[in-house]
Design a protein around this ligand. Structure first.
Ligand SMILES: O=C(O)[C@H](O)[C@@H](O)[C@H](O)[C@H](O)COP(=O)(O)O
Length: 263
C-alpha cells in the first residue's frame, strides 16, 4: 500500500457527504472486526458536521457496533459546553446523540466556564490522550482523523503563519487570537494529527479551491498548514467539483466510482 495522497472528486456537497458517510461506515465495520474497536477524530466546520448528519441518515448506520467506537476531536472552540458554536455540541446534535455510543469512549475537549483556563485545558486533553495511548506512545491509535480545510489553508485550529503549526513536541495546544472566531481554541498539533492511520480531508465549495490547489502543490506547511497533513497509511481528500477547480487533472479521481483497496 502506498501512502500517496488521493483526491476523490464528487459532483456536489450532498454526494460528497453521502459518499464519505458510506466509506466511513464501511471502514468502521472493518476496523472493529479486525481490532475489536475503532477510533475516529472528528472535526468542526460545515462539511465536517454535514458528514456526521449523512452518517446519521444512512440506512447502514446501525451496522456499526457504535459501543466499540472511540470518539476524539481534532480541535474545539473555547466556549461553554452547550454553546451552539461548540464542535462537540454540533457533533452531538448531528450524530452522537442518535447512536448507541459508550459515553466512556467519547472524549470531548474541556469547555469554558467549567473552572479551568485554556492552557490547563490543553494539558488536560493531552493527558487524557496519553492515558488512552497505545503501547509506547502518547496517543491512542486514531483509525480516521477528519479535517476540514479553511479558505486560508488551515486545518483543525492550526492557522497559517502561526507557531501552532510548527509545534513538534506537544500533542495539544491552546490557540489565541484565532483568525477564525472564536478567538480562543484548542487543537491537536500536526504530529498528533499525522499519527492517525488515515487522514480524511473533507473540502467543498469554490472558496476552498485556492487553498486545496496550494495544499496539493506542497507549499510550505507554515503558509498552508493543510499541506502537512499526512496519515500513516492513507491521506484522502474528499472534495466537490467546485473545490477541485484548481487541482491538476492528473491528481483527481472520480470519487463516486473509486473502489480503492483501502480508503
Ligand atoms: O473548529 C473549526 O472551525 C474547524 O475545526 C475548522 O478547522 C474547520 O474544519 C475549517 O475551518 C473548515 O470549516 P468549513 O467547512 O465550515 O469551511
Amino acid at each position: 500500500m502506498t501512502n500517496e495522497r488521493r483526491v476523490l472528486v464528487h459532483p456536489d456537497k450532498p454526494s460528497l457527504a453521502g459518499s464519505v458517510a458510506a466509506r466511513f461506515i464501511t471502514k468502521m465495520i472493518d476496523v472493529i472486526e479486525d481490532r475489536g474497536e475503532a477510533t475516529v477524530v472528528l472535526t468542526g466546520g460545515t462539511m465536517g458536521i454535514s458528514i456526521l448528519a449523512a452518517i446519521r441518515d444512512s440506512s447502514a448506520r446501525d451496522s456499526v457496533d457504535w459501543k466499540r467506537v472511540n470518539v476524539w476531536w481534532g480541535d474545539e472552540r473555547w466556549l461553554p459546553r452547550d454553546d451552539a458554536e461548540r464542535n462537540e455540541k454540533q457533533a452531538r446534535d448531528a450524530l452522537l446523540d442518535h447512536i448507541a455510543l459508550d459515553e466512556k469512549r467519547v472524549h470531548p475537549f474541556p469547555a469554558a466556564g467549567e473552572g479551568i483556563e485554556l492552557n490547563e485545558a490543553s494539558q488536560l486533553y493531552a493527558s487524557e490522550l496519553a492515558s488512552h495511548a497505545a503501547e509506547g506512545s502518547t496517543l491512542p491509535i486514531f483509525d480516521i482523523t477528519f479535517l476540514g480545510l479553511g479558505p486560508d489553508g488551515h486545518i483543525a485550529s492550526l492557522f497559517p503563519n502561526r507557531g501552532g503549526i510548527l509545534e513538534e513536541t506537544l500533542s495539544v495546544i491552546a490557540v489565541r487570537n484565532s483568525p477564525k472566531p472564536p478567538p480562543e481554541r484548542l487543537s491537536l498539533t500536526l504530529p498528533a494529527i499525522n499519527s492517525s492511520l488515515r487522514v480524511w480531508l473533507v473540502v467543498a465549495g469554490a472558496d476552498k479551491a485556492s487553498a486545496l490547489g496550494l495544499t496539493l502543490a506542497d507549499v510550505s506547511v507554515h503558509e498552508v498548514p493543510a499541506s502537512g497533513a499526512q496519515g500513516r497509511k492513507r491521506t484522502l481528500f474528499f472534495v466537490d467539483n467546485e473545490a477541485a477547480a484548481e487541482v491538476p487533472e492528473n491528481l483527481t479521481t472520480p470519487g463516486l466510482f473509486w473502489t480503492g483497496e483501502d480508503a
